[in-house]
Structures are given as C-alpha cells and as structure tokens.
Design a protein around this ligand. Structure first.
Ligand code: FAD
Ligand code: UDP
Length: 397
C-alpha cells in the first residue's frame, strides 16, 4: 500500500535545512497543489516541496474514518462529477471508482421533496398529478419574465416564479451566503436546474462517481513519488524564507499572499457539526437540504450513502454557514470580482509565482474544474520547457 512520507515543520525536517533546493515550492495539498505536484514530478522530473498548513492532504476533499470507524468527509460532502473524459482518465491513475448518482431531498413544509425541482416535487407539493407537458405549462404560468437576468434571484424567478423561489431558494441562499439572492451573481443559483420530468439526480454529468477507497487514499497515491517531499502543519509564512526553490505555485487565498494590501476578499465559511448515531441509517438520501430560514443549518449529510460503507452505526454532519473561519467559498459578486482583479493584476506582475485553485483564483470551482485548471497549467509549463529549456519564470505565467 503506498504511503506518503509526511513531515511537519515543527519537527525541524531536513527539507528546511537550507541545503536542499527545490524546483518548485507548492503551497496547498488540495486538488490544485497535489495534481500540479504530481505532474511536475512525474512528467518533468522536477523536485517538489509540497506544504499545507493543515495536518492532512486532500484540502477540502479530505476524508477519513471517524471514531466509530465510519468514513466521513471532514469538510462536507464531496461528490465527483464531470463531463471531461481526460480528467477521469487522469484521476483513474490513482483510484478506482464506485458508481454513485447524487440525489438530494429538500425539507419543505411537511414534505421531503426532490431538489432540483422536478415533476415529483411539483406534484407532491401541490397535490397534483400533472404530466411533463402540464408541468411545463404550470411553471410557465408562474415564471416572472426578467428582461436582464443578472442576479441569483432573477435566475429563479424567471424560471419558476416567486412562490417556489421563496420555498426552495431564498431561505437557503440567505443562510448559505449571508446575502439575499438579489445580491449574488446569477452563477450561484444557475448551478441548480429546474426539470419537468422525473429525473431526480442532482447532477447530469456523464461521469458521476466516488473514489472507491476515498479521496485521501487517492491523494496518497498521487503524492507517493520520490521527487515529492510533503510537509504538513506548515504555513507558507513559516517557511518562505527557509526553503530554496526556483518557482512557487500558490494555492491559498490570493489576498492573504499579498498581505491583504487592497483589503480582504470575502469568503463564506462553514461550521460542521459531525455526529454518529446508533442506527444503520439516518435519512433516505445522502443530503437533505433545509431551505426553511428558521432552521439554522442548510443541510445534513449522511456519508454512508456516498461511500457505500456497511456499518451498524451511521455518521452525519450538519452545515452551519458563517462569516468567519476557514475560507471555503469565494463569494460571486461583481464588487468581489473587481477586488480580485486588482489582486490578479498584482499577481501577473509578480515573477516566479503562479496562483492556482479555488482560493488563489477566487473562483467557485468544483473539483473537476480545479483538476482541469492544474492540468492546463502543467501543459503550459511542459510546452514552455519543450520550447525553451532551462525553465524560465515566464513559463508558468
Ligand atoms: P482546497 O481544497 O481549499 O485546498 C487548498 C489548501 O491550501 C488547503 O488544504 C489549505 O489548508 C492550504 N493552504 C491555504 N493557504 C495556505 C498557506 N498559507 N500555507 C499552507 N497551506 C495553505 N466540488 C465538487 O466537485 N463536488 C462537490 O460535491 C463539492 N462539494 C463541496 C462542499 C463544500 C462544503 C465545499 C467547501 C466545497 C465543495 N466542492 C465540491 C469544491 C471543492 O472543495 C473544491 O473545488 C476543491 O477542493 C478545490 O481544491 P483547491 O486545491 O483549489 O483548494
Ligand atoms: N440552493 C438553494 N436551495 C437548495 C440548493 C441550492 O437555494 O436547496 C442555491 C444556494 O444558493 C446554493 C446554490 O444554489 O449556494 C448552489 O447549490 P449547490 O448545491 O451547487 O451548492 P454547493 O454544493 O456549492 O454548496
């Protein structure tokens, strides 16, 4: 079984003795940092020091066995889905997969209803037995035409009208983001389609599956490479002057890298309350959403549905959105994008550093998009190296 060698900065590891020199220092061992580390080590023979301030690899996709022996995702449910064959092919070098189609129910009034809204949702909620065609007419009659769809409110109102918006979207979004949907970019609620058929899958991507032994095991295999040294519980600030390296790839928050010189980019955080229950099953599907504003959490996840694990007990987590804490979600709003663009301009003028991943590029990306971003960066570096060896710092720009 492959095992990644892990050291911690506090132990004074040899990586920091100043004698060893790395081609790349990579900050952040989530998808972004781990994929680019593996590619540069394996594809271009580069020597890598990969660090993370957390005690573990995998970033927000980290999973582990809890005290009861149930596999859980420490930072909330992570479901892999993509349309990109090349991303599946790449990750399949490090994991096998278990087929899994994600289904979510929303607790609305006294019902547990499919979300995204579909024919079953509408018929159950309104006590009807419409056909698909009738449901289309039903929604068209409720939809309020919005001439210019700009916000997350516009998206939903324009598709399904105010009543369904209030029941399924407004409360959830206000809790999740601490903002009204009218204050959020349309991209946020655009993630959720509306259907008039009975398809109750959360995603319709070609590939929907979970790493069969979990994300962390997949990352262990990815990083099990003689040219990759890994330092955990190690903040960039504590090593930046102590390590010799030629290039830096930074996957942390971009505003933090620049000491918040233009002010803080807003991120939304979450508090997870993990619990184990003395019963084999807690709820009928992996995730139940709670759009009701009087409930303080947004959703409950039961992990055994995702992992397929058989266990006499079950573990769940509640998600309580909050302003302070680890930066999980960049908040898509024009004024935040404008602020990010100022940091981006500074980043473009900073030689020797490349910014990669959800936090460093301030994008609300899914895992497959971050893998795609890392693979694209690798291709640019590879191309540049092929054209122009030895490596120049412009290669990674
Ligand atoms: P991260 O995973 O955040 O990794 C960045 C790493 O950098 C972290 O480990 C951090 O500790 C480290 N770091 C930051 N700053 C420093 C520093 N100064 N020094 C050292 N280390 C540092 N995507 C999906 O595709 N499907 C899902 O179902 C899904 N569900 C999600 C649920 C939640 C609750 C959240 C928050 C996200 C979800 N995502 C999902 C998105 C997914 O988590 C991200 O796309 C992915 O993890 C981004 O990878 P990353 O490497 O860019 O960032
Ligand atoms: N959303 C909602 N009600 C739901 C599910 C989603 O209002 O029952 C909105 C909410 O604003 C959320 C966004 O749609 O942030 C995107 O949902 P998704 O499940 O993709 O969020 P994530 O998995 O990124 O937390």
């Amino acid at each position: 079984m492959p095992q990644v060698t892990i050291e911690r900065a506090s132990q004074g590891p040899s990586h920091l003795d100043g004698k060893r020199s790395y081609d790349y220092l990579i900050v952040g061992a989530g998808f972004a940092g781990s994929v680019i580390a593996e590619r540069l080590a394996e594809g271009l023979g580069q020597n890598i020091l990969l660090i993370d301030r957390r005690e573990h690899i995998g970033g927000n996709a980290y999973d582990h066995l809890d005290a009861a022996g149930v596999m859980v995702h420490r930072y909330g449910p992570h479901i892999f889905h993509t349309n990109a064959q090349r991303i599946v092919d790449y990750l399949s070098r490090f994991t096998q997969w278990r087929p899994y189609e994600h289904r979510v129910l929303a607790r609305v009034d006294e019902h547990l209803l499919p979300i995204p809204i579909n024919l079953t949702t509408l018929n159950t909620l309104f006590g009807l037995s419409m056909t698909e065609q009738e449901a289309e007419v039903f929604l068209a009659e409720r939809a309020e035409h919005v001439a210019l769809v700009r916000t997350s409110e516009d998206v939903v109102i324009n598709q399904i009208g105010r009543e369904l918006y209030e029941k399924f979207f407004r409360g959830y979004t206000r809790k999740q983001w601490g903002l009204d949907p009218s204050e959020l970019d349309r991209s946020v609620t655009s993630r959720i389609p509306t259907r008039t058929n009975e398809d109750d899958r959360y995603f319709v991507d070609t590939f929907q599956m979970m790493p069969s032994q979990g994300y962390t095991r997949m990352f262990e295999r990815m990083l099990d490479h003689p040219r990759i040294d890994l330092l955990l519980a190690t903040d960039f600030a504590s090593v930046r002057e102590r390590v010799k390296y030629k290039q830096l790839i930074y996957c942390g928050p971009i505003d933090e890298y620049f000491n918040f010189c233009f002010g803080r980019l807003p991120y939304r955080s979450l508090r997870f309350q993990h619990e184990t229950h003395r019963q084999p099953q807690f709820q009928p599907v992996a995730v139940v959403n709670y759009p009701n504003p009087s409930v303080p959490y947004t959703r409950i996840t039961e992990y055994k549905h995702l992992t397929g694990q058989t266990h006499p007990l079950t573990s769940i987590s509640y998600e309580f959105p909050c302003a302070d804490g680890d930066p999980y979600y960049p908040i898509p709003r024009q004024e935040n994008t404008d602020l990010y663009n100022r940091y981006k301009a500074l980043a473009d003028d900073t030689p020797g550093v490349t910014f990669l991943g959800r936090l460093a590029t301030y994008k609300y990306y899914n895992m497959d998009q971050v893998v795609g971003q890392a693979l694209a960066l690798y291709q640019r570096i590879e191309l540049k190296v092929g054209l122009d060896s030895p490596l120049h710092e412009e290669a990674v720009k």
